[in-house]
Design a protein around this ligand. Structure first.
Ligand code: T4K
Length: 401
């Protein structure tokens, strides 16, 4: 990498990018195919309520994942709420704190207490050994999260759930198209919940789906998604509105046709980052296990300040000044957000690995809107930031909140 000499924007230079380079830029797929589907939908005048696109989308996902049932939802948060409610979770449910806040909120929304568990040392995933220690008489379930599309320790969690008689579900918001020991994510536990939000590998603008092999659970979730209606005038139990619209399913179906292309671009970008970041001591790329199916949707970096001499927060400021809008997912950890921070003020004492991780991790732009040249420039900015750290820290007054 050739750099070191460029004047960084944070030090008064010109930003490397004229336009912002976002994390989470949506994939678009074949515009014409999407527009054709929308035209058909308008002609049909069927816009929501289990329309033909939603049914086709569900069939395609169930086939890809290898499950009996896929129930499309308006988003993954509602998917989590419906799945946990339909399965009868209550009391306390163990979840990682290193996750998007929706995992916890979906429980608390129903007055189920999310009990935050640490990540396993050196990993970004829930620690099964700590899960076991957190089980109380009020615990009814565990929700593992496949953070960055990398499966959590499904085998260990399954063993604990079976032995202790607990429900087990997975928040698979990041993990569509990924596998665990050769089997597709979506088919583990009682249910797995995908997100098809705009920022996700497969997007339907907003959207989600719950996959399960349990016939009864699937039926309950279908009813709950539609206000609890079991027949035209027949409401069997409480429900909500979790329906996916036809226009969302049209986007999802269109992008399903481009998944191989998107993976190829994501992988190309991941490999480019690996190449440009490899020489930078203290900048550690989160790596994927290439023997599994991966979607390579996230480029995650851990910053070890003891080696770089510059913190993750300072680096994010440097990148943002260059118009590279890196993000600090999942800072500061769900346990440090309200209402959980007030409910469990001492939770951090049980979460040392999470506390350490949230200070180190940043997410960098990738996806179809990012080129290899962009990545080379981003690598050069990080290299220059490390080289010019003394000046940067002076400009930032060493305080980078
Ligand atoms: N579980 C996990 C583990 C999750 O990560 C999520 C969602 C869920 C559950 C819940 O799934 P959903 O209910 O959303 O289906 C974003 C997303 O809104 C959220 O879906 C996602 N996780 C989370 C990781 O990221 P924010 O608060 O960071 O969104 P925002 O508005 O800051 O946008 C993120 C980045 O994406 C920005 O750099 C801008 C860019 N962006 C975003 C949108 C919407 C675009 O370039 N275009 C767009 O249209 O939460």
């Amino acid at each position: 990498m050739k750099t070191g000499l460029r004047r960084l924007a944070i030090l008064g230079g010109t930003p490397a990018f004229a336009e912002p380079l976002h994390v989470g830029r949506p994939n678009i797929g074949n515009r014409q195919a999407f527009i054709r589907r929308v035209e058909d939908m308008l002609d049909r005048r069927w816009f929501t309520n289990n329309g033909p696109y939603v049914q086709e989308f569900e069939r395609r996902i169930a086939e890809m994942v290898g499950v009996k049932h896929c129930i499309a939802m308006c988003n993954a948060t509602i998917g989590l709420e419906i799945a946990t409610r339909a399965a009868g979770l209550r009391g306390e449910v163990i979840v990682p704190s290193f996750t998007f806040i929706a995992t916890a909120h979906a429980l608390q929304w129903q007055e189920i207490t999310p009990v935050f568990c640490d990540v396993a040392p050196g990993s970004h995933h829930i620690d099964p050994a700590q899960v076991e220690r957190m089980i109380t008489p009020r615990t009814t379930g565990i929700i593992g999260v496949h953070v960055w599309g990398v499966p959590c320790d499904i085998e260990a969690l399954t063993e604990i759930a079976q032995r202790r008689g607990l429900h087990l579900m997975f928040d698979a918001a990041h993990a569509f198209g990924c596998s665990y020991r050769g089997r597709m994510i979506g088919s583990f536990g009682e249910a797995e919940i995908f997100s098809f939000h705009a920022t996700k590998f497969l997007n339907s603008f907003e959207g989600g789906a719950v996959c399960t092999n349990d016939d009864q659970l699937a039926e309950r979730m279908r009813f709950m998604r539609n206000f609890g209606f079991a027949g035209v005038d027949d409401v069997d139990f409480i429900g909500t509105n979790g329906k996916m619209t036809e226009v969302c399913a049209a986007m999802g179906l269109t992008l399903l046709e481009s998944l191989d292309e998107i993976i190829a671009i994501n992988r190309r970008n991941y490999l480019a980052y690996r190449r440009v970041l490899a020489p930078l001591e203290g900048i550690q790329l989160y790596t994927y296990d290439e023997s599994e199916r991966c979607n390579y949707q996230y480029v995650i970096v851990e910053v070890d300040e003891t080696k770089t001499g510059i913190s993750r927060d300072a680096l994010v400021k440097v990148l943002q000044a260059e118009n590279v809008l890196a993000r600090r997912y999942f800072y500061p950890g769900a346990h440090q957000m309200e209402p959980y921070r007030s409910y469990f003020p001492h939770a951090r004492l049980l979460l040392p690995e999470t506390e350490r991780l949230v200070q180190r991790v940043m997410s960098l732009p990738t996806g179809t809107a990012v080129s290899v040249q962009d990545i080379e420039k981003i690598g050069a900015i990080i290299e220059a930031a490390i080289a010019q750290r003394a000046e940067i820290l002076e400009v930032l007054g060493c305080s980078v909140d």
